[in-house]
Design a protein around this ligand. Structure first.
Ligand code: KG4
Ligand code: ZN
Length: 341
């Protein structure tokens, strides 16, 4: 018999620093988002076309106090009102993770409240429960972001079966790399999404890697195909239609994601699909998944973008869930670059 370490209406502060968002949020009872402050560092990494780990870690150190302070003020609570503190333990960039993890442990220790080191992917999955209280189990979760691409079966909260993941780049990383190639800046996902609206998704036939084979994903071949296409157009002295390249690339990514997610739902006979991670903001992915899911009588759950991207509220929700089950993270624990789910 496990012993709950916090009450059902506990106020939990969640801290997230696994990548390039310095984020903190306060959640009451694992349901009510009292605040969700996200300080993006994209302007710092933009000149490099991707996240520079050392820069990310240093920026977390500088921004953390302000972000935490703001999250408490937005929530209308003080340190003394916190019943627990949660922070992302992994996976992620280790230097970045250590900042939030050490901050969370220090706060919990000073306040004399329990600490929860959260698995980042569990945070992304539980983010949906902050907006929708009626998600039926079991469900399939597709978590796609700059750092991960995971297709999971969730039969009960707290137990996650990884059905598929990426063999190389993460989905968002592929968007960022192709955007850099097309001179669209960083982060590339939103720029490609926008440009693709003016392009023809059938203009260039890019490969659909691993389509029809298993539930893993791969993006390196697609990225190479885009590079080859751009070079051949340039070599021929023709004008590159960037909107067509963006739309065709995006379509290739979305096609495989939709196919595998629906196949997983059919295989496991589940009625609900939950989408999470920064790439969940992609309008084409939402549109296609929505259409395909509804035509099969499946429910698609997509939380607001502020809950899909890396954020502190989802970490607070996951911390609440674990602490209610009596699972506390000891203060001698460390963060980890990779962590089993
Ligand atoms: O979840 P997130 O904020 O941070 C990570 O854990 O990585 O996701 C950021 C990623 C970036 O790679 C960004 O390019 C991508 O999500 N992204 C998008 C869109 N908005 C953000 N990708 C495709 N379409 C979008 N609209
Ligand atoms: Zn993430």
């Amino acid at each position: 018999m496990t012993h709950a370490l916090i009450g059902p209406d506990a106020v939990v502060l969640g801290i997230e620093t696994s990548c390039d968002e310095t984020a903190a949020g306060v959640v009451r009872g694992g349901r009510d988002v009292l605040s969700n402050v996200i300080a993006s560092q994209s302007e710092l990494h933009s000149p490099y076309g991707g996240v520079v780990p050392e820069i990310a870690a240093r920026a977390h150190v500088e921004r953390m106090p302000l972000v935490v302070d703001r999250s408490l003020r937005d929530a209308g609570v003080s340190f003394a009102d916190l019943d627990a503190v949660a922070a992302t333990r992994g996976p992620g960039l280790i230097g970045a993770l250590l900042v939030g993890f050490a901050t969370g442990k220090a706060m919990a220790s000073a306040l004399g409240v329990p600490f929860s080191g959260v698995h980042h992917i569990e945070g992304h999955i539980l983010a949906a429960t902050l907006e929708f209280s009626d998600i039926e189990l079991p469900f399939i979760a597709l978590v796609v972001s700059g750092g991960h691409t995971s297709l999971l079966a969730v039969r009960e909260l707290g137990t996650y079966e990884v059905l598929g993941s990426t063999l190389d780049d993460a989905a968002g990383e592929a968007f960022d790399k192709v955007a850099r190639l097309l001179d669209l800046g960083y982060p590339g996902g939103p720029a490609i999404d926008k440009l693709a609206k003016r392009g023809d998704p059938a203009a260039v036939s890019f490969p659909r890697a691993l389509s029809g084979q298993g539930l893993d994903f791969s993006y390196s071949g697609l990225k190479t195909a885009v590079v080859r296409h751009v070079r051949s157009v340039e070599a021929a002295g023709e004008r590159l239609k960037r909107s067509n390249v963006a739309a065709s690339f995006q379509e290739a990514v979305v096609d495989v994601q939709v196919e595998k997610t629906l196949r997983a739902a059919t295989m496991l006979e589940v009625g609900t699909i939950v989408l999470g991670g920064g790439v969940a903001a992609n309008s084409r992915l939402r549109q296609r998944l929505n259409a395909e899911a509804s035509s099969r009588g499946l429910r698609l759950v997509v939380p607001a973008v502020s809950l899909c991207v890396d954020n502190g509220a989802m970490i607070a929700a996951a911390g609440h869930f674990r602490l209610r089950r009596g699972e506390v993270t000891p203060l001698h624990a460390s963060a980890a670059e990779s962590l089993p789910l």
